[in-house]
Write a protein that binds this ligand. Structure first.
Ligand SMILES: [Zn+2]
Ligand SMILES: [Zn+2]
Length: 189
């Protein structure tokens, strides 16, 4: 069965090199739906607590929220960094608080201090699904991702492969020692 969580991301981007109006900088509220698949955890009668899926995803995906997403070869990138630098906000500002964990994957690098994500490929809805899967595939048993942004939407299905031991008392993933980080339950062998 699946547990399903939705989250919203507000971001600015553009399709560099695209022959359409999306080549101009613009913004969206994107909606990401994450479907996690596993057996039902008998102890809590859930696949996985949705608020925990949200927390795990949001820790990294927060980097896309109120952020600028640009492709690595977009000439806007050095131009914007130059402005941020001159304004003294490139390496952070006291008002920039809701920052995610910095990450670097083959597809994207997050710079939380200046609310920027640099991507290898154009950040279409399809591109975003590739980025998100790459960021979360080892943390959650993702069976399906759906991303919608304006009139665009894409989804992809995946084979789940992680063996995630879950706490029978609160449902969250046990750590490498078989201990629940939330309630302290320890798995007996
Ligand atoms: Zn767009
Ligand atoms: Zn627990």
């Amino acid at each position: 069965m699946r547990s399903i969580t939705k989250l919203e991301l507000q971001y600015a981007h553009r399709f560099y090199g695209f022959k359409g109006e999306a080549q101009y900088l613009h913004g969206h509220t994107g909606v990401l739906t994450i479907e996690v698949e596993d057996t039902i955890n008998e102890g809590v009668n859930m696949v996985f607590p949705c608020n925990e899926i949200l927390k795990t995803a949001w820790d990294v995906l927060k980097n896309f929220d109120h952020a600028l997403v640009l492709r690595e070869d977009d000439p806007l990138l050095p131009a914007i960094l130059d402005v941020y630098e001159k304004q003294g906000i490139k390496n952070g500002a006291p008002q920039n608080k809701m920052k995610g964990e910095a990450f670097k994957t083959e597809l994207a690098t997050a710079y939380p201090d200046c609310r920027l994500v640099v991507t290898k490929e154009t950040m279409t809805v399809e591109g975003m699904i590739k980025i998100v899967y790459d960021l979360l595939k080892d943390k959650l048993n993702i069976a399906k991702l759906t991303f919608t942004s304006g009139v665009n939407a894409a989804s992809a299905e995946f084979d789940t492969h992680n063996k995630i031991d879950r706490c029978p008392l609160c449902g969250i993933a046990l750590d490498e020692n078989g201990r629940c980080p939330k309630c302290g339950y320890v798995k007996k062998n």
